[in-house]
Write a protein that binds this ligand. Structure first.
Ligand SMILES: [Zn+2]
Ligand SMILES: [Zn+2]
Length: 328
């Protein structure tokens, strides 16, 4: 099979021919049709996330069909469409797994980071962590649901019932989360890189009531702010925009350092929290929501061999929505 490989010595992936993987017990062999390109993949190749398997095939927003089943697989049949997310394995017996917080497992496996992912024609995945996908999305549209959508949804859930939400960084996750939040009847304000009028227009098109630069104040105070931009300086900015008791939820796996700020900005029970990974329960809840109506998914497609271009375009902010590698 053809695959794009990260060997740890350069941020550029190498196109290679590898033997097809064989499904072990409990695993699915998957013919990959599409794989989303997530900001986390950038953090892997840029060395911000320091413990990848080396070499590793990146990619954790995988959509394909089941080509073969390892022994003992239940819930999937040959030919089924399947989605593979970031969470690829948990231990099942640590204090976090036992308390329904498998996203914090002490011995996890992550697709496209510590387990080979979907920048390849084929992959194998533990069936217990895979999802069936709502029918109304094409393979390319479904790919961003698996991380941008799913971890975006967990980020939104940590905002509780906040009626008025600000979203900082209007990329792949934000464009899905904004639509879910609007569907839930919340008010959405979008913050982009200053001067990025294309992203601001995109946010307004998807139902944001206002869109502006991250250096601007929202038209009204926020009950919650969701941060998808990997910019630590936005944490105090967002904190100043939320009301008493408000929350700033950091949705990314990596962020530049947060500058110091006066305690008064945190005072009055404002909170800053981070989001780590996902649980299978999150996945089931989000796929149920995504299946109830049609979320508009904006994608920029690249052939597998152009994965480096896709990563570079994501780094430079060259497109709105989500980048997706296509394999057929
Ligand atoms: Zn565990
Ligand atoms: Zn991701």
């Amino acid at each position: 099979m053809r695959a794009m490989l990260f060997d740890g010595t350069s941020p550029l992936l190498r196109e290679v021919e590898l033997p097809n993987p064989a499904p072990a017990a409990g695993q699915l062999l998957i013919d990959v049709h599409a794989c989303g390109v997530c900001r986390t993949d950038l953090h892997v190749v840029d060395g911000d996330l320091t413990r990848p398997k080396r070499p590793v095939i990146p990619g954790h927003e995988i959509v394909g069909t089941v080509a073969a089943l390892g022994a003992g697989v239940t819930g999937f049949a040959s030919g089924d469409r399947v989605g593979v997310p970031w969470l690829g394995h948990t231990c099942g017996h640590c204090r976090f797994c036992l308390r329904g917080r498998e996203n914090l497992c002490d011995a996890p496996g992550f697709t496209g980071y510590t387990i080979d992912g979907g920048y390849a024609e084929r992959t194998v995945a533990d069936a217990r962590y895979c999802f069936h996908l709502p029918r109304q999305y094409s393979d390319v549209e479904a790919a961003p649901l698996l991380c941008a959508g799913l971890i975006g949804y967990r980020t939104l859930a940590l905002a509780g019932d906040a009626p008025c939400i600000g979203i900082y960084g209007f990329g792949a996750a934000a464009h899905i989360v904004a639509q879910v939040a609007r569907h839930q009847g919340r008010m959405v304000y979008a913050f982009t890189r200053p001067g990025d009028t294309a992203a601001q227009q995109f946010a307004l098109h998807l139902g944001a009531a206002w869109a502006g630069g991250s250096d601007e104040a929202p038209p009204e105070p926020l009950d919650a702010a969701l941060l998808f931009a990997p910019v630590g300086a936005l944490v105090p900015t967002a904190l100043r925009a939320v009301v008493k008791g408000g929350v700033v939820v950091c949705g990314g796996i990596h962020m530049s350092d947060i500058p110091s700020f006066p305690y008064a900005w945190l005072w009055e029970e404002r909170r800053i929290v981070s989001v780590a990974n996902l649980t299978r329960e999150d996945g089931a809840a989000f796929m149920a929501i995504a299946g109830k109506y049609k979320i508009e998914i904006e994608t920029r497609r690249y052939p597998l061999a152009q994965a480096n271009v896709a990563l570079s375009d994501l780094r430079e902010g060259c497109f709105t929505g989500a980048a997706v590698l296509t394999l057929r």
